[in-house]
Write a protein that binds this ligand. Structure first.
Ligand code: ZN
Length: 349
């Protein structure tokens, strides 16, 4: 097996962060700089510029893949992205390993980048929801709380604040925040991000910047509609309305209340529920139990869902819920069902 070239990165220039200029670009062209193998055995590609977001600022990394147009079999799957000293490491593996792809990577060779769009879109929604919650605090009389930590991962996003809210008011404030956030979502508003001179950034953020932004630096400021700007390196939705809907929950700290911090969970919802019911729309829009796969895919895509989301949603709806009468005709009458599977299914059932 060919030895992998291990390149040190001390000489590499900082990676140009293309997602700073365009947060909604999922394909791009860049050029290869070096191949890196860390002490932990993980391989990484270092590129001249990237649209891949490296984990940081409370936002998870992007995933996706990288190809070279001159080598059709070359595909590097990116499963983690990190940034160190301004250099972005695209960690992952070659899809067809053993073909010596490392040797095809010459400095300057053109590479094509593909970011997983659905993962990025969710991460951007969660990140924007955190900022929106923050922007709403002042409107419900909680502007004195000081944000200390933000976590925008899908497994339980929250923003943590220093300060306290009387226990008796917490529930009401939480509700007010939720109403306020959803009001701004319904109204919508352009989201923008720009790297600005310190003074200009100050002005946009309501007159001052947090202490961790060095004086005289040029911070990147993200602004959601008319709300005050906020220094941020992450990715966001293009319009506040794309957050769709949000729930606000007061999350108790592990050690109970009273440690001087408040955790407010942000839970952006997938869709808004209808306020009216319609039998005919339900009958014509909802996919029935007898639809075959291609019709199911069509029915879900009519509502903007991918085949992957169809599988996830169907799975979570069916487990423990479907009666055998509903799928019996499929199992015994469909021609593409393996007869052996019938017997096995009977055993399990
Ligand atoms: Zn942010």
């Amino acid at each position: 097996m060919m030895m992998m070239e291990v390149t040190t990165t001390t000489t590499a220039n900082p990676t140009k962060l293309d997602y700073h200029d365009d947060m909604w670009k999922f394909h791009s062209v860049s050029s290869f700089v070096s191949f890196f193998q860390g002490e932990d055995g993980r391989c990484a590609l270092i590129l001249d510029s990237t649209i891949f977001y490296p984990q940081g600022g409370g936002q998870p990394s992007d995933t996706g893949f990288i190809t070279i147009s001159s080598h059709p079999h070359f595909k590097f799957i990116v499963n983690d992205v990190r940034s160190k000293d301004g250099i972005v490491f695209h960690y992952g593996f070659f899809e067809n390993s053993g073909e010596g792809f490392e040797s095809k990577l010459e400095k300057g060779v053109q590479v094509l980048l593909y970011v997983d769009e659905s993962r990025r879109t969710l991460n951007s929604r969660l990140h924007s929801a955190g900022h929106l919650l923050d922007a709403c605090l002042g409107n419900v009389g909680l502007g004195y709380l000081e944000p200390t930590k933000a976590y925008h991962f899908p497994d339980g996003p929250y923003v943590e604040y220093k300060g306290s809210v009387p226990q008796s008011e917490m529930q009401m404030k939480q509700k007010e925040l939720e109403i306020e956030a959803n009001k701004l979502i319904s109204k919508g508003g352009k989201v923008s991000a720009a790297i600005l001179p310190y003074e200009e950034a100050c002005e946009l953020c309501g007159g001052c910047l947090p202490d961790y932004i060095p004086k005289g630096s040029t911070p990147r400021i993200v602004k959601l509609g008319d709300t005050p700007g906020c220094p941020c390196g992450g990715t966001h939705v293009a319009d506040i309305s794309e957050i769709l809907s949000m729930k606000v929950r007061h999350r108790r700290n592990m050690d109970g209340v009273g440690d001087g911090t408040i955790k407010l969970g942000t839970v952006p919802l997938r869709r808004r529920d209808s306020t009216t019911a319609s039998l005919s729309t339900a009958n014509s829009n909802l996919p029935g139990p007898n639809l075959n796969l291609s019709n199911l895919i069509i029915a879900f895509s009519n509502k903007g869902f991918t085949a992957k989301e169809l599988v996830a949603l169907s799975g979570s709806h069916t487990i423990g819920q479907a009666r055998c009468a509903v799928f019996r005709s499929h199992i015994y009458n469909d021609t593409n069902i393996n007869a052996e599977e019938n017997t096995r299914t009977e055993d399990v059932a």
